[in-house]
Design a protein around this ligand. Structure first.
Ligand code: HEM
Length: 161
């Protein structure tokens, strides 16, 4: 069933759809790696986007390997171009981001990072999402394992539907 877009979602409309592509990751404590990613942003007629991301290792021969990180959440536009995002991770981490959206670009920083007892020590994050031509580019910096905020992931994705 086709559901009408809630008018509050207008500034975030550019994110809607399924996106696929590849990115690179690293951190001072780990070896750098290449990954494939699929992101989807959908809506149900209410004033939030439903978000899901899955990733896979890209092996040296270019084939997709084991699953890496995945995350799900909700993107909630607020007045004055502000945005709130809730994200849940299977690694025992939950992030709440706040930020803003302008000109097909969203910038977010963590307000809260909550962790289960067994989760790795992640204390903060910063994310950018934006259109690069028709592609969706995104980058994630994190503060974790005693290190200051710095790059963990970045990727460029094409809209597939
Ligand atoms: C969604 C895409 C992501 C991918 C592809 C990814 C990939 C990886 C990989 C390959 C490693 C190396 C260890 C391993 O193989 O598990 C790693 C480590 C790590 N990642 Fe991610 N990650 C993602 C998202 C995240 C997010 C959202 C967070 C934080 C909320 C995070 C926090 C960490 C931490 C703390 C480590 C461990 C560093 C260490 O042990 O020193 N990752 N990640």
């Amino acid at each position: 069933m086709d559901v009408e877009l809630h008018p509050d979602l207008e500034p975030l409309k550019f994110l809607l759809g399924t996106w696929e592509g590849a990115g690179v990751g690293g951190y001072p404590t780990i070896e750098s790696f290449n990954f494939g990613q699929e992101i989807s942003f959908t809506h149900v007629g209410k004033p939030f986007l439903v978000y899901a991301s899955r990733t896979w290792k890209i092996e040296e021969d270019g084939t997709l390997g084991r699953p890496l990180g995945m995350e799900t959440g909700y993107w909630r536009p607020r007045p004055d171009h502000q945005v709130e995002v809730t994200l849940a991770h299977p690694t025992g981490i939950v992030e709440i981001y706040v930020g803003n959206v302008a000109f097909n670009r969203v910038e977010l920083h963590t307000d809260v990072v909550a962790r289960t007892e067994s989760a790795k020590e992640v204390t903060g994050g910063h994310r950018l999402y934006g259109l690069i031509g028709e592609d969706l580019g995104w980058a994630y910096d994190m503060a974790a394992m005693g290190h200051q905020l710095q790059s963990h992931l970045s990727a460029q994705l094409k809209k597939v539907s």
